[in-house]
Design a protein around this ligand. Structure first.
Ligand code: 5RP
Length: 226
């Protein structure tokens, strides 16, 4: 889709020779990985760390050199998508199921560029169901605890079976509704035994690039919290 592609192609302009680059997951990031593949063929020298087996496979196919997370100290720049972005650049991520590795890579990155099409920009997060990654052992109990908080969790499935993340966990998609204090919800969910992490990314983004259907891409101005 044009809007996703233009955002991705704007983001790769920030990639320079010698960088270690984090590769996010999803259809928008796939455009960025394809563009990086072209740039590598033309001589760009980068090393990359992938946030999912899907992105790793794609990067390998395109000839992008991958390094093990264990072998690097820091990532210069990560490019990743999002399911929702609010005016303070808080995000909901994990629609593609890669939220945990995405957050680990984001936390190790000097800069995180988020690329989205215009449909992802919202005034308040929460219409997109919040993915919560949980340990399979006792997931039913974890789900009941989330339900008791009014978060309306639903087990993510694939071909009639629980969807399993790259880390061997399950995902509970929570229909919370519009979120007033994302930081509070993030902490409340993550303090629950059985929860590994949730898809709220607070304070990680360094830049948000929005692609529009007219083929333009613009940086999203950031409104700071009062
Ligand atoms: C995967 C993600 C993705 O970045 C998010 O779901 C957006 O995906 P897409 O670019 O396909 O719309 O968080 O875990």
């Amino acid at each position: 889709m044009e809007a996703k592609r233009v955002a991705a192609e704007k983001a790769v302009e920030y990639v320079a020779d010698g960088m270690t680059v984090g590769l996010g997951t999803g259809s928008t990031t796939a455009y960025a990985i394809h563009k990086l593949g072209e740039m590598v063929k033309q001589g760009l020298k980068i090393k990359a760390v992938a946030t999912s087996t899907r992105s790793e496979t794609l990067a390998k196919e395109l000839g992008i050199q991958l390094v093990a997370f264990a072998d690097i100290d820091q990532i210069d720049l990560t490019i990743d998508g999002a399911d929702e972005v609010d005016p303070e650049w808080n995000l909901i991520k994990g629609g593609g199921g890669a939220l945990l590795r995405e957050k680990i890579v984001a936390a190790a990155s000097r800069r995180l560029i988020i690329i989205v099409d215009e449909s992802k920009v919202v005034q308040r997060l929460g219409l997109f169901p919040l993915p919560v990654e949980v340990v399979p052992f006792g997931w039913e109990l974890t789900m009941r605890k989330l339900a008791n908080l009014g978060y309306n969790p639903r087990l993510r499935t694939e071909n009639g079976k629980p969807y399993v993340t790259d880390n061997g966990n399950y995902i509970l998609d929570c229909r919370i509704g519009l979120i007033d204090r994302p930081g509070q919800i993030h902490d409340r969910i993550n303090s629950m035994v059985g929860v590994v992490d949730n898809g709220l990314f607070i304070g990680y983004a360094s830049l948000v690039i929005v692609g529009y259907h007219d083929g333009t891409a613009k940086e999203l101005p950031r409104k700071d919290e009062p």
